[in-house]
Design a protein around this ligand. Sequence first.
Ligand SMILES: [Zn+2]
Ligand SMILES: [Zn+2]
Length: 287
Amino acid sequence: MEITILGSGSPPPQTSRAGQSMVVSIDDEPLLFDCGPMTVERLLENKFDLQDITSMFLTHHHIDHNSSFFHFVITSWMYGRQDLSVYGPEGTDTLISALTDIYSRDIDYRKDFGRPIEGMTGIKHQHVNDETVISEDKWTVTVHSVSHSIPTYAYRVDAHDSGKSFVFSGDTERIDSLVDFAKGADVLVHDAAVGPTREVTETDDACDQESWRQYLSTNPHPSETPMVDYHASGRESGEVAEAAGVETLVLTHFLPAQDTEATKEQAESAFSGDVYVAEDGLTISTV
Ligand SMILES: [Zn+2]
Ligand SMILES: [Zn+2]
């Protein structure tokens, strides 16, 4: 099992961190989790064939987790994708019908290039809940509702052959029930959006600098915004990882000026395993 972080950012736009998305590869079968801003570009940068992505799991319908949905579906079809199953909370069906409605003439035009229309008309979806179990040849995915501002789900992947396991918390405050859900996982990717910020400097990416300036002009006290009630801190992520006995913890969902090293130190103060700060393109192999 190999985990590739495609995007480690959050709603404020950043070019150094795409929106949330990651791929879990099991024997070369790529499973896509979330589809935030710049997912398609990051898939290509990390040498994934777009047509090979035929299973997508959405944690929730916030812009930093699904805004590249239309972009991914159409470009992957352009590049040869013929199947797609999309799993997610209620509203996932609306996402698909909106796509085929708004882009019907775009799709008609592109089909004339000889692309099999089934890649667009045959998209399957399933709304998930705590009872959902999706089992295919190489893997089983289970689902767990977490605590965020809207219905949101964590996903767990168990690989059949290797016995390796992966959990993505989605966006959530610290919740005890995630400890059982993530029990013994090899890799836990956990929301760590709540953390200290640092000064942005001229060495930061130009988009990130400007994004943070505009963010602060409307939210001068990031630690006092409602987001702190709906996300976890580094320390809380570490506490969940420790109680669950996971092997490796990956912290993600960072603001442009988040002090990621301080966030990591918080996690390390509560967790005795390996801690990584998610960066776009970070790959972790469990083998
Ligand atoms: Zn969210
Ligand atoms: Zn988010």
